[in-house]
Design a protein around this ligand. Sequence first.
Ligand code: SAM
Length: 192
Amino acid sequence: MSQQYWEQRYLAQDMPWEKGAPSPGLVDFLAANPDLKRGTVCVPGCGTGHDAREFAKAGFDTFGYDLAPSAIALADENTKAEGIVAKFLLGDFLRDQPPQLFDWLFEHTLFCAINPSERDEYVRATLRWLKPGRDYLAVNYFIPDTDGPPFGVERAEIWQRFSPHFELLAEWTPRSYPNRTNLERMFWWRRK
Ligand SMILES: C[S@@+](CC[C@H](N)C(=O)[O-])C[C@H]1O[C@@H](n2cnc3c(N)ncnc32)[C@H](O)[C@@H]1O
């Protein structure tokens, strides 16, 4: 999907993914793991910034990236309004060279938003943006849809794509927004 496609969705306010709150799975993960090693976190496809703000509130040095200028403007505005410090930058996670390497990478509804033909590029991007030995936390969306976005994925594909490059520390079914209950799965990976 092009930058124009995503920007148009924001301009038309056609954003069914926008729940007005961070991923419940992320909220629970941060609450259950208060002693995580802090550092920088990259939230690619950050949208209006709910997940990024959750990381910032938990003490991470937070960077949100998005392809759509309107998403970045909204994320910045909402974050300043809440008095939270996080940086939001226009960027293409799949194609850009990262301005820095990150300690944490958080996936939430970007993998399912890209065209499945771009998934090889997505995996290469995780390796480009994340420091070796550091953590990739993902909320994956296990739906059957092939006419996305969102595009579905199954566990077998997630395993096949990521396990060669990452050690799986844990996986679980998280608490979800009401319309995604039992359709999400979280994976906590460490880059080899
Ligand atoms: C389905 S929305 C999810 C937004 C946010 N993660 C959330 O859950 O509210 C997907 C987001 O990814 C952004 N996006 C799509 N392709 C991207 C890319 N290659 N690099 C960075 N952002 C991208 C879109 O502009 C959009 O904001």
